[in-house]
Write a protein of this length. Structure first.
Ligand code: FRU
Length: 481
């Protein structure tokens, strides 16, 4: 370890210790989500199951609740539910990463864990350089930096060239990178390697102003190419889309294209872009495949540059959290996100309210309240239901069977006004809602549509009420680790 690396790691731990009490005394600390011990957390990185253990790294700025020279923080888990916070994996100590060990991924090869990440470098004038770097580990805990393996191509792209995601196919290694063309269009490029150190640029897979898309943003971040149900699915986070009705209402988007990748020419033929999540805070997701063959996803429950300075947790020296882990399934070319089955381990006391006749008058039930819980609402009649769920007078989940729209409304933490996100949903059979002290994740119809958001209700208000039309059954579990 270099001296600079030791200094940085030491300074980061000192920051954790200095703020620990203030951070931990925050009511909005979540009860069953991964958070930074202090400072700012953003993207999930290096998600992998290695020797049976799940590893999730994260973009971390220990020194403030804003962005900056990122570290890789590190969590491990045997079951995707109980996570241990590990020692810092990467600190931005070397010339090729001095302004941040930016996002990237992990693979296993010859018994080693290999991390690919972007070294972010800026000079005094703010000119940027980027390097795709490699770090290797025998035990998944200590990482040996090997330095850059890919430089910015000589022409075609700006230095917004980052977030390598690596996978193996038919004995070869492939990497997608999020890029910006010189004309400032968002792109995804594909590389290939036989040995994981020498990489060849195969070409551009797709992007803004390519054959299959019109204008589609000025930068694409965090690409991930997965194969599900015989199709290739490109998950990516484009920046620069204008809102279109209920679509693209957040500052930046995260979504996917379903198609087919030609591994020789790099051409990806694909359909339209679909947002993965309809809520307020969801960005830069990353997936891995585990030993059960499941395709698992974590997202960052945050939105860069959109009112980040208004989150009330900042007073307590920390900001942002990860989503819950979700299993992906491709059903009729649509990505479903299903909370991983292991999350049922969080369930404590169960309460059921059967056959509730919803009406315009809001009803609440003594036992169906709290700040860390799972709700399962299903139709108990054969007919459709319309529902409005009021959560802590701070958020509302609304399905209207007449206009076929599902919405999440909340009181904005930036200005105190109600704000809404909404999507179409042809019919509603089930709502599964995970509430934590300052988050909500809503899964409709077994993951057909998902809404993820931060909410900051009053601590004393743990009431939930229901109104609408139709008959429903409500199950509630208190959740705890
Ligand atoms: C996405 C992102 C990535 C980058 C990282 C820096 O949120 O901007 O493109 O690698 O965050 O923290």
């Amino acid at each position: 370890m270099t001296e600079r690396e030791q200094q940085l790691i030491h300074a980061a731990y000192a920051e954790v210790e200095k703020h620990q009490e203030k951070v931990e005394s925050d009511y909005y600390r979540l009860k069953y989500h991964m958070m930074p011990p202090v400072g700012l957390l953003n993207d999930p990185n290096g998600f992998i199951q290695f020797n049976g253990t799940y590893h999730l790294f994260y973009q971390w700025n220990p020194f403030k609740t804003g962005h900056g020279a990122k570290f890789w923080g590190h969590y491990t888990s045997a079951d995707l539910v109980h996570w241990n916070h590990e020692k810092i994996a990467l600190a931005p100590s070397e010339w090729f990463e001095k302004n941040g060990c930016y996002s990237g991924s992990a693979v296993e090869h010859d018994g080693k864990m290999l991390l690919f990440y972007t070294g972010n470098v800026k000079d005094e004038e703010g000119n940027r350089e980027s390097y795709q770097c490699l770090a290797a580990s025998a035990d998944g805990m200590h990482f040996d930096k090997k330095g850059p393996v890919i430089n910015l191509p000589e022409q075609g792209y700006t230095a917004h060239f980052r977030d390598p995601k690596v996978w193996e196919k038919d004995g070869k290694w492939y990497m997608v990178i999020g890029a910006q063309s010189e004309a400032e269009e968002g792109k995804v490029v594909l590389y290939r390697s036989a040995n994981l150190t020498d990489w060849e640029l195969l070409g551009e897979m797709t992007g803004s102003n390519s054959e299959q898309l019109g204008e589609f943003g000025y930068m694409w971040e965090c690409p991930d190419l997965i194969s599900l149900d015989g199709k290739d699915v490109l998950i990516v986070s484009p920046q620069g889309l204008a809102p279109e009705g209920d679509l693209y209402n957040n500052l930046y988007q995260a979504g996917y294209f379903v198609g087919s990748l030609d591994y020789e020419t790099a051409k990806f033929s694909h359909g339209a872009f679909t947002e993965l999540d309809r809520g307020f805070e969801f960005y830069a997701p990353q997936t891995t495949e585990d030993d059960k063959g499941r395709r698992l996803l974590f997202g960052w429950m945050g939105m860069p540059e959109e009112n980040e300075e208004d989150h009330p947790t900042i007073e307590h020296g920390w900001i942002h959290t990860m989503t819950l882990p979700r299993e992906l399934k491709l059903i009729n070319d649509k990505l479903y996100q299903i909370p991983v089955q292991e999350l049922t381990k969080l369930r404590q006391t169960e309460t059921t309210a059967e056959n509730i006749q919803l009406s315009n008058e809001a009803q609440s039930f003594e036992e169906i309240a709290g700040d860390a819980l799972e709700l399962l609402i299903t139709s108990s009649g054969s007919r459709e239901f319309s529902i409005e769920i009021n959560i802590h007078d701070n958020a509302k989940v609304i399905y209207n069977a007449d206009d076929k729209k599902l919405s999440l409304e909340r009181i904005s933490f930036a200005n105190g006004n109600w704000e809404r996100r909404r999507c179409e949903l042809a019919s509603l059979s089930e709502l599964r809602i995970f509430l934590d002290t300052s988050s909500v994740e809503i899964f409709a119809n077994g993951g057909e549509e998902v809404f993820t958001a931060r909410i900051y209700p009053e601590k004393s208000n743990q009431k939930i009420s229901f109104s609408g039309q139709g008959n429903v059954s409500i199950k509630k579990w208190e959740l705890s680790l």
